[in-house]
Design a protein around this ligand. Structure first.
Ligand code: NAI
Length: 333
């Protein structure tokens, strides 16, 4: 039976990379019926809102979405579509696997770690107000419930992926109550998983260690703000945002997404790199239990990288988006 999946091609280069990824995924033989929806700039122009209700309903119904980049219009009154989606669907866990790709220059070719980021709280609660003119207060919210849920998610993920160690990052030496609570929830949940090593590191030290010796990490657990920053730092270790996948996961649904932006400077030219969205789609295939198709697409993609002949401009090649997609499809036949 075909899977029904909500597709949000997004803005800028989004439709170009989404169409390449859909072609590659369909070439693997997996049966998917795509329900395509607008969000962001295009939705604003055509429907008057950046996050249409029909889109939320579609993901709720299908339980899985694949999302390209969304332009966040600058100015007051526009909340980020990405943050809106996470809130509307309660996608409390963000996953960012970081694995070096063959032939992409990086200092740590054996790097293979996963960042698990709490997606709903911390300074992203968006509770800000002006105390008096010239003084703004922004509240960092950390709850026992969300901290326990994300810690349990990290341990369950580590268990299912046979990963050995989780490092919880924090700044509990300064934010003794908020980060202290996040850290204590982590250590409490850790007692239920004696086979997985649990350690913690202060976030600034963790960042230095990530630059100097990233191979020591296996799973990194972060509250929202630290996770956002560390995720991009780690993407930089293996070649940048055009390559890494991302997923937002909740109890009832999951949205797999490219983490780069809509790249207005190259949109419409057919030269964008679809790797980030493709890797997100591979994660999605595993999530819907299409593991054979995921392995087939991943092996074909890794072979094209290893051969190094067909690559897009952002990683030093001259191939178009379509040529790169066709090269991967050719490896699956
Ligand atoms: P960006 O990621 O769109 O672009 C930064 C640079 O990376 C540009 O030079 C671009 O050409 C290049 N780049 C990005 N993805 C690429 C790809 N797949 N292939 C080849 N080159 C690629 O970041 P920027 O310019 O800060 O943001 C542009 C728009 O995207 C903004 O409206 C921003 O709000 C939005 N954005 C959306 C995100 C999302 O939906 N997850 C994440 C980041 C930004």
């Amino acid at each position: 039976m075909a899977h029904r999946i909500t597709l949000i091609p997004g803005d800028g280069i989004g439709p170009e990379v989404a169409s390449a990824v859909v072609r590659i995924i369909e070439a693997s033989g997996v049966q998917i019926e795509w329900e395509t929806h607008l969000a962001g700039q295009q939705a604003l122009e055509k429907l008057g809102v950046t996050l249409p209700d029909e889109l939320i309903e579609s993901i709720k119904r299908n339980k899985v979405g694949l999302k390209g980049p969304i332009t966040t219009p600058v100015g007051k009154g526009f909340t980020s579509v990405n943050v809106g989606l996470r809130k509307a669907l309660d996608l409390y866990a963000n996953l960012r696997p970081i694995r070096a790709l063959p032939n992409i220059p990086c200092r740590n070719p054996n790097l293979d770690l996963v960042i698990v980021r709490e997606n709903t709280e911390s300074l992203y609660s968006g509770i800000e107000h002006e105390v008096v003119p010239g003084v703004i207060e922004s509240l960092k919210i950390i709850t026992e419930k969300a901290s326990t849920m994300i810690a349990r998610f990290a341990f369950e993920f580590a268990k299912s992926e046979e990963r050995k160690k989780i490092t919880c990052t924090h700044k509990a030496n300064i934010m003794k109550m908020s980060d202290g609570l996040f850290l204590s929830c982590f250590h409490k949940v850790a007692t239920e998983y004696p086979d997985i090593q649990a350690e913690d590191k202060i976030i600034d030290n963790a960042c230095m260690q990530l630059v100097m010796r990233p191979e020591q990490f296996d799973v990194l657990l972060c509250e929202n703000l630290y996770g956002d920053i560390v995720s991009d730092l780690c993407a930089g270790l293996i070649g940048g945002l055009g390559l890494v996948p991302g997923a937002n996961i909740g109890e009832k649904s999951a949205v797999f997404e490219a983490v780069h932006g809509s790249a207005p400077d190259i949109a419409g030219k057919g030269i964008a790199n679809p790797t980030a969205l493709l890797q997100s789609a591979i994660l999605m295939l595993r999530h819907i239990d299409e593991r054979a198709a995921a392995d087939l697409v991943e092996t074909a993609m890794l072979t094209v990288f290893a051969e190094g002949k067909v690559r897009t401009g952002d990683i030093g090649g001259t191939a178009t988006t379509d040529e790169f997609a066709e090269a991967i499809i050719a490896k699956m036949n």
